[in-house]
Write a protein that binds this ligand. Structure first.
Ligand SMILES: Nc1ncnc2c1ncn2[C@@H]1O[C@H](COP(=O)(O)OP(=O)(O)OP(=O)(O)O)[C@@H](O)[C@H]1O
Length: 312
């Protein structure tokens, strides 16, 4: 068993970091269990990369408590580095180095590396092994950067926007790989601007804005509608008599035809309300199509919490 095996994968409390007048991180807390995937979301400039770089030990915090695998990432960098994998934002390598050479170089710096040929194959890079880094496509450079993060069999990986610039096929491949890492017990802290990526991969999501956490929870927790404010949607023929439907519904519900043939019932949507709507439809010979109790999307929640103005 590795040292400090009982400690969280990442624990951050009251983290602060300034760059001149800019408070990049301003009192951030987060905690991540081992073997889980945590997604850090936030608008541009929210402080995600700064937080990740502090956890990786590349930046020194101005204040706060940070432990990664139970270790201080700056003071205990020598013990920590061999146990973590890092995929920085935008990747990076010597421009002239060939893809396979680069991966073998990184592998040679680790104690028990994976087989570089196998990893290139898993990431769909076998045919690009002899291509110089600068001639790889953006998506290939990203995948090589991911391979470099994983070659040393890390216990914890930091992935800063791992699928930025990738086509949908490459993105799926990376998602499958992250899912497989989690199944192997690897902890993953990723940043992303892609809500579907966070939804597909993350056990927990922390949304940050102006260097502070503004939400923390599972996707289900974050997107759950407040009690009594759920929606039931269905499609049917236009111009149903909604006064009649409303009379059948419990007090506090509202029913509207949002556009021709598209209906929304707002209120406390419980099994009884659903049954009332379907029985009313049956009694009036109405076929309710695509009937669903809808939740807010993660993007709705993100925009609600962080606003719609464009960030610098
Ligand atoms: N080395 C630096 N020097 C000066 N300011 C910096 C530096 N690094 C980051 N900042 C500033 O700190 C703030 C947070 O930046 P950071 O890169 O952590 O945000 P982010 O959430 O990762 O953004 P993005 O989604 O655009 O990658 C920004 O205002 C940024 O301009």
């Amino acid at each position: 068993m590795s040292p400090n095996a009982d400690s969280p994968a990442v624990e951050v409390r009251g983290l602060n970091k300034r760059f001149g007048d800019t408070a990049a991180v301003a009192g951030l807390d987060l905690s991540m269990e081992r073997g889980r995937v945590l997604a850090l979301l936030g608008p541009n400039g929210a402080g995600k990369t700064t937080t990740v770089e502090i956890c990786e030990g590349f930046l020194r915090p101005d204040g706060g408590h940070v432990r990664v695998l139970g270790l201080d990432p700056v003071g205990r960098a020598e013990q920590l580095r061999p146990r973590i994998g890092v995929m920085p934002q935008g990747g990076g390598a010597y421009p002239g180095v060939r893809a396979e050479e680069m991966l073998r170089l990184v592998a040679s710096c680790t104690a028990n590396p994976l087989d570089p040929g196998w990893l290139l194959d898993v990431l769909g890079l076998s045919s690009a092994g002899r291509t110089p880094y600068k001639r790889l496509s953006g998506g290939q450079q990203q995948r090589l950067s991911l391979a470099c993060a994983l070659i040393g069999r890390p216990e914890l990986v930091f992935l800063d926007e791992p699928t930025a610039g990738m086509d949908p096929q490459a993105r799926r491949l990376v998602w499958d790989l992250i899912t497989a890492l989690r199944a192997d017990g690897v902890s993953v802290l990723l940043t992303t601007h892609l809500m579907d990526e966070a939804e597909a991969l993350a056990d927990r999501i922390v949304i940050v804005d102006h260097g502070r956490p503004v939400a923390d929870g599972t996707v289900a927790e974050l997107t759950a509608a407040p009690e009594g404010q759920q929606e039931l949607r269905f499609r049917s023929q236009p111009a149903l008599d909604l006064d009649l439907l409303l009379a059948a519904l419990p007090e506090g519900c509202a029913a509207t035809e949002v556009r021709s043939g598209h209906y929304v019932v707002h209120g406390a949507i419980d099994p009884q309300t659903v049954s009332t709507v379907t029985s009313w439809c049956a009694r009036h010979g109405v076929l309710a199509q695509e009937l669903r109790v809808s939740q807010r999307s993660l993007e709705d929640v993100f925009l609600e919490l962080t606003g719609r103005e464009l960030r610098a």
